[in-house]
Design a protein around this ligand. Structure first.
Ligand code: S1T
Ligand code: MG
Length: 547
């Protein structure tokens, strides 16, 4: 039986590393979802609300360093997912958005169609702003080339792309999607750049390597770790790059957080005379609270296929090619013994007594669990849970550290477990849980069983710290523990350190149902990192001198 357009698309996605589809159908997407189910080329996981679909697809792409797939209906579905796709665009995540659409003859009917906004092209135009490429598959003979182009763009740019499929197309027969040749970088430019970069690092007194999101997006972690080991230079991650190289043999010192972080790491980075930024997004969340403004003109930046060194630029040099060229020029016999992570809490520094739980206790308890049972991947939402995560590790972590959208944590944790089979620990505030925590109701349907730590401080605390006199950041204390059973999981209220330790032990030992710890935090009790961050922002905004 000849293959359909949908089968060809799914085969091409699988060949390029996609492992599943997350989605919610609609009438403009029913033929598409029917083909998903009939062809069974990739597993289909349905969620309850399109933001969750987008966040889960984002998480799958991040954690595997490949394509994530989000399938939705036209209008109400696709437009409901805009925020998640915008976050993927901002954070360089290759999410493939597949949207159903009116059939060609319907579009020509002259009627206003249900789900239509302004014109039938409104959705296409809206997605233009948050994707690197877009195709409409309304001609099966042109579809193979278009599919190859748009998927290869997603991988090369590490950005979301948009595929619109009119509902009379999914089951049309279609030829195989070709494998297009990848553009090759200019070899002479690559050789010159690699040689100059290595010479700068060699001549420097205090070279430092900072790794950021592109190292993960292009699946370069092991190669970058090997390069760092051979070069024998200290490595830090950016805020967004937290979790990178966590298990490697590189000399990983921790995460650079400027004034909000470990002073020894801040000094190491800000005093470097050759700061190499590999795949680091130069954003306020990565650099705004620098103790002293890092003069990026003296840094070496490799980002978005360009290498900027001092006042000259090497264009069109993909990070993968640059890393390989540097490895070829760096002797294998250089050796560095990995030093233990200095920036996370020693498990022994924490006593599980009847004191009320503070965020730092959550970090200590998770560190103790990781040390006893081995590392577990973290999926974090935005809020103090993300700052607390800076004291957890070494552990792989996915979080929207720059775009900073709430609602990411729970669907991302589910997407991580769908994509890797690993059981995650999800860190989420009460405010963010109110947004997308309900996706946990889908966990039992697919056998996912995350451990969910809800930082329940009855507030939008991250905002409250900046507006302490305002009342609008205070929230009612929701009883999340009592809601878990209704969603197919187990919930428990945790108030003291001792309760936290025993609840975490029980949760870790219980498989097959998600485990929710509703951790009641006193309002205003912050993680040390958020404390320092707030203090730093206040100092920098008022210009007060360092104490
Ligand atoms: N809406 C969405 C979708 N994302 C956001 N980031 C915001 C609003 C703004 C915002 C924050 S942090 C925050 C909000 C509302 C409060 C988070 O509350 P909670 O999840 O309970 O965590 P915690 O109490 O630990 O702060 C960022 C700064 O813009
Ligand atoms: Mg809160």
């Amino acid at each position: 039986m000849p293959s359909t357009l949908t089968e060809r698309l799914l085969q091409a996605l699988r060949q390029r590393g996609a492992t599943e589809i997350f989605g919610i159908p609609g009438d403009f997407a029913l033929p598409l979802f029917r083909e998903f189910e009939r062809s069974a080329v990739l597993p289909l996981y349905t969620f309850s609300h399109e933001p969750g679909v987008g966040f889960a697809a984002d998480a799958s792409a991040r954690v595997r360093g490949g394509l994530g797939v989000a399938a939705v209906t036209y209008g109400a579905g696709a437009l409901n997912m805009i925020n998640a796709v915008a976050g993927a665009y901002a954070e360089r995540v290759p999410v493939v958005v597949i949207s159903g659409a009116p059939a060609t003859h319907e579009a020509a009917s002259g009627f206003l169609l249900h789900h239509q906004v302004k014109t039938l092209d409104s959705q296409w135009k809206i997605y233009q702003e948050i994707t690197a490429d877009r195709v409409r598959l309304d001609d099966p003979s042109a579809a193979p080339e278009l599919i190859a182009r748009v998927l290869d763009t997603a991988l090369r740019a590490s950005r979301p792309v948009y595929i619109e499929i009119p509902r009379d197309m999914p089951s049309r027969t279609c030829d195989e999607v070709p494998t297009l040749p990848l553009p090759k970088p200019d070899q002479e430019a690559l050789d010159t750049c690699a040689a100059e970069l290595l010479a700068r690092l060699k001549d420097a007194q205090h070279p430092v390597l900072m790794v950021g999101v592109e190292v993960r997006r292009y699946a370069l972690e092991s190669r970058v770790a090997e390069l760092a080991r051979r070069l024998g230079i200290p490595v830090v991650t950016s805020f967004m790059g937290r979790g990178l190289l966590a298990e490697s043999a590189a000399d990983l010192r921790g995460t650079y957080l400027g004034l909000a972080g470990d002073p020894s790491i801040t000094a190491l980075v800000e005093s470097s005379d050759a700061l190499l930024l590999l795949g680091v997004i130069v954003s306020d969340t990565n650099f705004a609270v620098s103790a002293q403004r890092i003069d990026l003109r003296h840094a070496i930046q490799a980002l978005e296929g360009r290498v900027v060194m001092g006042h000259h630029v090497y264009p069109d040099l993909p990070l993968t090619a640059l890393i390989d060229a540097m490895l070829e020029r760096t002797p294998i016999d250089a050796h560095v013994v990995a030093t233990p992570r200095a920036d996370t809490l020693p498990a022994g520094a924490w006593v599980a007594d009847d004191s009320p739980v503070a965020p730092i206790d959550i970090a200590a308890a998770v560190n103790a669990l990781i040390r006893q049972h081995g590392s577990m991947p973290l999926a974090s939402d935005v809020g103090d849970c993300l700052f607390t995560a800076m004291d957890i590790g070494p552990a792989e972590m996915i979080a929207p550290g720059y775009y900073a959208t709430m609602g990411y944590g729970v669907p991302a944790g589910l997407g991580l477990q769908a994509a890797t089979g690993q059981r995650p620990i999800i860190l989420v505030g009460d405010g963010a849980f109110q947004m997308t925590g309900w996706e946990l109701g889908n966990a039992s349907h697919y056998g996912w069983d995350p451990i969910v730590l809800v930082f329940n401080n009855a507030a939008w605390e991250m905002l409250h710290v900046f507006e302490p006199s305002a009342r609008f950041n205070t929230l009612p204390a929701w009883d999340f523990a009592s809601m878990a059973a209704g969603m197919g999981g187990d919930g428990v209220v945790v108030r003291t350190r001792a309760e936290l330790k025993s609840a975490l032990k029980h949760a870790h030992a219980t498989r097959g149902r998600f485990q929710l710890l509703d951790i009641r935090l006193a309002p205003g009790v912050l993680s040390p990192t958020l404390e320092r961050f707030v203090h730093a922002v206040r100092r920098l905004s008022t210009g007060t001198p360092e104490e």
